[in-house]
Ligand binder design. Structure first.
Ligand code: PMP
Length: 526
């Protein structure tokens, strides 16, 4: 773009990041590299540790996928053929089922709902969960209505009387008239049930969690600056602390509600208390991505699964960033033993070439009615589903060579990060993650002798300052996670080379040394 042209897209954002050198234009991309253009027309190879924020596990422009995409287009394959059979989408779901059975050791079947972006898959999960909950509410209301009629008939015929203790328990004074007492009781039941069933559904999610930025999904995303301007648009979630197993049960207990059900037992009308379907879903990421690369502890995941099952709350496992092979298994949750009722996938599932997301719904929760209620012009299109099919074929072949490579490359990278932390414990606070989803957290620099570093910390952009340094001095592209800006995310592709890891190592060491001595000239002198 000519420098004098008015920026009509993200102009303000670019102005903000150009000060720290984070606004290059990339002109070519291949494997684990991007090429940045300089004003003189020259190109610099950049080692990409961001890799589309997770969409490029198989690298930029994976040659096999690009060749296949070209073939698909040249063959005049139908791309938009809505309301017809879509065998490619079915095949993708079949393969995902095969992988789920293998990794979770489950016989369960999952049905597929296709969408275009990660946030859309989350929205579909929220909608499906609410449809399912609504249908459970209707079934319960029908049961109570039937029991109410049975109670009326039994009292009218003299086959049953109203239990005095029940009247007292509900605060009703007996009039000594069986039919009148019953109607007073039923009025109380109706009022109670109306209150219990008219409340908004309860969605649980975790502090630091990220589930997208659309109207409903943003309310599941913890970061208040993203979420709070839009709280009036959709149900607000309840946020639980990460890895605090003790907090799970009390959260459910606090939100539970009951429905009163009049039942006739041995000639007496009694009131049974039945759990009201108030829970929408519990959303979790197996490894929080935007929240700072925070892996869930297995015992925490186990508690979420157990308590959610007890309270009939579906678990929605968001694998949009952690899944599709990045952590050394296709589903990161399989490494935790956390089998979701809903599973969302996006990003790398379409090989970094197409846009596609999938919501998997476990058969025991699946409502076929949803198929007529949820759709998008672009969902399940012939191109993206064929690309996803090819991506899955690449991931699954040779006994899962891609997963092994993610594990091996990740271990190599982790070694380097650990070694930098060991040498600079005053600068690097923590190193976390699994496979090719790693994070390096830097200590707070509010007390730095460098006014620019301390200022960047105060402004929440310290991680961006370090990213700018690494990009310009070492041709290494890293960026902080969006909700934990002191954590640098490292989520490269399986094409990551040893030379690129060494470049990152050298860059991080120079950055750490400069931070240790508050050496502004080095950090900002590019
Ligand atoms: N869930 C998770 C876990 C994510 O990491 C993201 C994107 N960072 C999303 C949902 C939203 O995906 P998209 O950007 O494709 O809407």
């Amino acid at each position: 773009m000519a420098p004098e042209a008015q920026e009509l897209v993200d102009g303000t954002l670019h102005q903000n990041i150009s000060g720290i050198g984070l606004d290059p234009t990339y002109v070519r991309a291949e494997g684990n590299s991007l090429w940045a253009a300089a004003h003189d027309g020259s190109e610099t190879e950049i080692a990409d540790f961001v890799c589309g924020y997770g969409s490029l596990l198989l690298g930029h422009n994976n040659p096999e996928i690009v060749a296949y995409a070209t073939e698909v287009l040249n063959a005049r394959t139908p791309i938009h053929s809505q309301f017809s059979r879509r065998p490619e989408a079915n095949k993708v779901t079949e393969v995902l089922n095969r992988i789920a059975r293998r990794e979770f050791g489950t016989p369960d079947t999952y049905f597929g709902v296709f969408a275009n972006t990660g946030a859309e898959a989350v929205e579909a999960a929220v909608k499906h969960a609410e449809l399912d909950r609504g249908m459970r509410v209707l079934a319960l209301v029908a049961q109570v209505t039937e029991h109410t009629e049975q109670a009326r008939a039994a009292v009218a015929s003299g086959a049953a009387t109203v239990d005095a203790a029940t009247l007292t328990r509900l605060g009703i004074t007996s009039r000594g008239d069986g039919a009148g007492d019953l109607e007073a009781l039923l009025a109380e039941v109706e009022a109670h049930n109306g209150r219990a069933l008219s409340k908004a559904p309860v969605f649980f999610t975790l502090e630091g969690g990220f589930h997208g930025k659309l109207a409903a999904s943003i309310q599941l995303t913890h970061n208040p600056s993203f979420r709070t301007p839009f709280t009036s648009l959709a149900t607000n979630a309840r946020f639980l602390p990460v890895n605090s197993a003790a907090a799970v049960r009390p959260a459910f207990e606090a939100a539970r509600a009951t429905v009163l059900d009049p039942v006739v037992t041995d000639g007496t009308v009694e009131i049974a208390e039945v759990a009201a379907p108030v829970f929408g879903a519990f959303f979790v990421e197996p490894i929080q991505g935007e929240g700072g690369i925070v892996p869930l502890a297995p015992e925490f995941a186990k508690e979420i699964a157990a308590v959610s099952a007890e309270f009939d709350c579906p678990v929605a496992v968001d694998e949009i960033q952690s899944g599709s092979g990045r952590t050394g298994a296709f589903f990161a949750a399989s490494q935790l033993g956390l089998q979701g009722d809903y599973i969302t996938l996006a990003k790398s599932i379409a090989g970094g070439v197409a846009k596609l997301s999938v919501l998997l719904v476990r058969e025991s929760r699946y409502r076929p009615e949803f198929e007529l209620l949820h759709s998008s012009t672009f969902a399940k299109d012939g191109f993206s589903t064929l690309i996803a099919q090819k991506t899955l074929e690449i991931m699954e072949r040779d006994g899962g060579e891609v997963y092994r490579r993610a594990t091996e490359r990740g271990a190599r990278l982790l070694d380097v990060l650990e070694s930098v932390r060991a040498d600079f414990p005053d600068v690097v606070k923590d190193v976390r993650g699994r496979g090719l989803l790693l994070g390096l957290e830097l200590h707070d620099q509010s007390g730095s002798a460098s006014p620019n570093v301390a200022g960047a910390q105060a402004g929440g952009v310290f991680g961006y300052l370090v990213s700018g340094f690494l990009l310009h001095r070492h041709a290494v592209r890293v960026l902080p996670t969006s909700s934990a800006p002191n954590t640098l995310r490292l989520q490269p592709s399986v094409d990551l080379t040893d030379a690129q890891i060494e470049r990152l190592d050298a860059g991080l060491r120079e950055a750490c040394a400069a931070l240790r001595t508050a050496d502004e000239a080095t950090l900002l002198g590019f």
